[in-house]
Design a protein. Structure first.
Length: 276
């Protein structure tokens, strides 16, 4: 339950910061550029630069660095699993042998690179949800994909589905925490026993959680239909999007920073062995 209480992925934290005041389309494009730059990183020194950029963004958005780092908790198991796969099943120069498993030099490099990539991808992507409200995020996604509407692309439907999904993450976490507390109060032992025993004990939590999910989805659909909700063309907005000069400068700064980091990454190839 402590794990659920400290999970911040998908939540919006309203503060008065420069990042919060940016246009959502600027933040979506900047996040896409940042994720692309992380995929292109090859050296450990470059990941240190990405760590510095993460601290700078946390300071500019006035978010506690501990809260930002907490958004990576849901993927720690995936990071560990991916790292172990690359560590033991990558061919190369053998270093340590543990029974049938062999740890190679190339496996260590690849495991470290993939682990850093996954963690930084989640951390930088979390800035988008932490600094952008679900309504602004939906308007930004719909505006960016609006040129594809003439080709039959469902821009509004896609934006609405993504926004509702992000909006339901904190709600589902709260419902899960409430159900777990109710089961523990009835004598359920959710934190005891081996791994398979714990999975079996979570069945009384998953069944009511699925019931609540479908009930909330139906209530949301009925509420939208009763208010004659109709998206797409002709829909008015309370706060229309407005691209300002600060958005252009911020996006240009992010692009320039990624170019500088990639230039440093390419120059390091002459002196340092890449992780990949």
């Amino acid at each position: 339950m402590r794990f659920l209480n400290h999970m911040t992925f998908g939540q919006y934290i309203p503060t008065e910061s420069l990042i919060h005041r940016l246009d959502p389309r600027c933040k979506i494009l900047a996040t896409t550029l940042l994720l692309t730059g992380i995929f292109l990183a090859d050296h450990a020194v470059v990941y240190i630069l990405w760590g510095v950029a993460l601290i700078v963004l946390a300071g500019a958005s006035k978010l506690p660095i501990r809260m930002v780092l907490g958004s990576a908790r849901p993927v720690l198991i995936l990071v560990l699993f991916t790292g172990l796969l690359h560590l033991f099943f990558t061919d190369g120069t053998p270093l340590v042998s543990v029974g049938p498993l062999v740890i190679t030099r190339e496996g260590i490099r690849l495991a470290a690179a993939m682990s850093f990539r996954l963690v930084f991808l989640v951390l930088f992507a979390s800035f988008l949800t932490l600094t952008t409200s679900p309504m602004e995020l939906a308007d930004g996604i719909e505006s960016l994909f609006s040129p594809l509407v003439r080709f039959g692309f469902p821009a509004h439907e896609l934006a609405m589905m993504m926004t509702i999904s992000l909006r339901f993450i904190p709600t589902l976490l709260d419902e899960t925490d409430r159900i777990m507390k109710a089961q523990i109060a009835r004598g359920a032992m959710l934190d005891q026993g081996n791994f398979f025993r714990r999975l079996q004990s979570f069945l009384p939590v998953l069944i009511p959680l699925f019931v609540i999910v479908f009930q909330r989805a139906e209530d949301l659909a009925v509420a939208m239909e009763s208010r004659c909700y109709k998206g797409g063309s002709g829909r008015t907005r309370m706060n229309p999007l407005c691209w300002k000069n600060s958005d252009s400068f911020a996006l240009l700064g992010v692009a320039l920073g990624i170019v500088l980091v990639e230039c440093a990454d390419r120059n390091l190839s002459w002196f340092v062995t890449p992780l990949l």
